[in-house]
Design a protein around this ligand. Structure first.
Ligand SMILES: [Zn+2]
Ligand SMILES: [Zn+2]
Length: 396
C-alpha cells in the first residue's frame, strides 16, 4: 500500500465526508444524548457494508474492519457530543438545535473517522490485521464516554493493541498535524470544600466560630502544595475559582464554600495532591475547631501518549504530509477523556490543524464562532487510515 492510494481515496471521498460533517454540524446533540448522531453513524457504517454495534454505554457505536489474516488490532476513536453553546456562525450548515453547537469539532472527528472507515473498507485486501472503530458519547462531561465505553469492553474481544485519536486545533493551519510524545494533557479533578463554623454579629467574633479566616488559611495552604510538596519539574495546578461567604460587613457567615480544580500530568502526583488537599483542609479546619466537608470528584486521568507509537506516527505523518506540515505539540494542562484509553493501552492522540487565518478561520474551540477549514477533513480521514494500516503492518 502506498500513501498515494490513500490520498487519492481521501480526495475521492472528500465531498461525501464534507456532507456528513455538515449534517452532523447542523444536528448537534449534548453529551450522552447523541441518539440521532449514533443512528446516523450506524447507518453510514451499514452503507459501507459494515455491521455496527450500537447502544454501547448508551449511544456509543463500534464496528470492526477486518483486513487480511493478522492478529494485531488497532482502534480508531472519535467522539460525537456537542456543547451547550449558541452558534453565531452564519453558515448554511449552522446548528439547527437552539443552544447546542459542535464547538469542539467532534463533528469533524466523527466525519473524518467515517471517511477513514470508507478508505479502510475499500483497501482491506491490501493490509493485515483488524481495525476497531470507536464512536463514543460524552467526551465533554463526567464520567467521560471513554470510561463508560472501556467499562463496556471496547478494548477487549479482540483485545486492542493500540489506539489513535485526533482533535481539531485552530492554532495549527489546515494541512498540518502536531504530535506530543509522552505526556500531553492533564488529569482534572474537582474540589468542593465547605468550612462550617457559627455565624453571628461581626462585632462579637469571640462568641462565634468564624469560618472566613479558616477558609483563607486553607486557600493559602492549598496553593503551596504545588510549590512545596511537588517537584518543580512536575507540572501541576491547584486553583480555587469560587469562594462563597454569605455574610455582610457586620455579619459573620455560618460557612464558607470553595470550589476549585486540581491538574497533574502523572497519576502518582495527582494522588499525592488530592491526599494533600484533603489532609490540609481537614487539619486546618480542625486546628480552629471547625467542621469541614471535603468533596473531591475525580475526573479524567492524564493523557500520556506512547512514545514509541507516537514516534512511528510522526514518521508516517512526515512521509504522508511532508516534513514541513508536521509539528511537535507542547503539553497543555487542559483535559480530554481520550486519556482513559491512554491509561489502558498504548495510545497516540494528535492535533489536527483546522485553522486558516487567510480565510478568517481563527476562533478557538468552545467559542460560538468556532469553525474549521473543511479541507482539514482530507487530512483528518487520510492520515487516520494510513496510520492504522501502517501500525498494523508494523505489529504483524
Ligand atoms: Zn471540548
Ligand atoms: Zn473536544
Amino acid at each position: 500500500m502506498s500513501p498515494e492510494r490513500i490520498k487519492e481515496l481521501s480526495r475521492q471521498y472528500f465531498e461525501h465526508v464534507r456532507t456528513l460533517r455538515r449534517h452532523l454540524h447542523s444536528h448537534p446533540e449534548l453529551s450522552f444524548q447523541e441518539h440521532e448522531t449514533a443512528a446516523f453513524v450506524a447507518e453510514e457504517l451499514r452503507n459501507m457494508g459494515l455491521q455496527p454495534h450500537t447502544g454501547i454505554a448508551g449511544t456509543g457505536v463500534t464496528a470492526i474492519i477486518e483486513g487480511q489474516a493478522g492478529s494485531a488490532v488497532i482502534a480508531l476513536r472519535a467522539d460525537m457530543d456537542a456543547l451547550p453553546i449558541q452558534e453565531e456562525n452564519e453558515v448554511e450548515y449552522r446548528s439547527q438545535h437552539d443552544g447546542v453547537m459542535h464547538a469542539c469539532g467532534h463533528d469533524v472527528h466523527t466525519s473524518s473517522l467515517l471517511g477513514a472507515a470508507r478508505i479502510l473498507q475499500e483497501t482491506k485486501n491490501n493490509w493485515r490485521g483488524s481495525i476497531r472503530l470507536i464512536f463514543q458519547p460524552g467526551e465533554e462531561k463526567l464520567p467521560g464516554g471513554a470510561s463508560t465505553m472501556i467499562a463496556e469492553g471496547v478494548l477487549k474481544n479482540p483485545s486492542v493493541d493500540g489506539i489513535f485519536g485526533q482533535h481539531a486545533f485552530t492554532p495549527y493551519k489546515v494541512g498540518t498535524v502536531a504530535f506530543c510524545p509522552g505526556r500531553m494533557m492533564a488529569s482534572t479533578d474537582e474540589l468542593y470544600l465547605t468550612v462550617r463554623g457559627k455565624g453571628g454579629h461581626a462585632a462579637y467574633p469571640h462568641l462565634l466560630k468564624d469560618p472566613v479566616p479558616v477558609a483563607a488559611r486553607i486557600i493559602d495552604a492549598l496553593h503551596q502544595i504545588t510549590g512545596r510538596l511537588i517537584s518543580p519539574l512536575e507540572p501541576a495546578v491547584v486553583s480555587i475559582g469560587k469562594v462563597e461567604a454569605r455574610g455582610a460587613t457586620n455579619v459573620i457567615p455560618d460557612e464558607v464554600h470553595m470550589e476549585g480544580t486540581v491538574r497533574a500530568m502523572n497519576e502518582d502526583i495527582r494522588n499525592t495532591i488530592l491526599e494533600a488537599v484533603e489532609r490540609i483542609t481537614r487539619q486546618t479546619a480542625a486546628a480552629s475547631g471547625m467542621e469541614v466537608v471535603v468533596d473531591i470528584r475525580r475526573g479524567y486521568p492524564s493523557l500520556v501518549n506512547d512514545v514509541e507509537m507516537t514516534g512511528r506516527a510522526i514518521a508516517r505523518a512526515e512521509n504522508y504530509l511532508g516534513k514541513e506540515q508536521v509539528f511537535l505539540a507542547e503539553p497543555r494542562m487542559g483535559a480530554e477523556d481520550f486519556a482513559f484509553y491512554s491509561q489502558e493501552i498504548p495510545a497516540c492522540f494528535y492535533r489536527l490543524g483546522t485553522g486558516n487565518p487567510e480565510k478568517g478561520i481563527t476562533s478557538f474551540i468552545h467559542t460560538p464562532t468556532f469553525d474549521i477549514d473543511e479541507d482539514a477533513l482530507m487530512t483528518g480521514m487520510g492520515l487516520m487510515a494510513w496510520n492504522a494500516i501502517e501500525e498494523l503492518q508494523f505489529r504483524s
